[in-house]
Design a protein around this ligand. Structure first.
Ligand SMILES: [Zn+2]
Length: 70
């Protein structure tokens, strides 16, 4: 969650804030699970885990992107 998200969250009602927080925590939990590539099993660098939400390593992500854009 970046600073802008925090500012926006502060403007929401308590219920909306709780929901946003739960969604955020869910995303973080999903992100934590993807420590290795789902495709090849290679470990995903921590920097990549934090930068993008993807269950794939850079190589497999690039491969999948090429397939999807064909
Ligand atoms: Zn991979």
């Amino acid at each position: 969650m970046n600073e802008r998200d925090f500012e926006r969250a502060a403007e929401l009602t308590e219920r909306e804030r709780q929901h946003a927080l739960a969604t955020h925590q869910q995303r973080q939990a999903q992100r934590r699970r993807a420590t290795v590539c789902e495709d090849c099993g290679d470990p995903i660098p921590l920097a990549r885990q934090q930068a993008v939400v993807s269950p794939y390593c850079v190589e497999c992500q690039g491969y999948n992107d090429r397939l999807n854009h064909r």
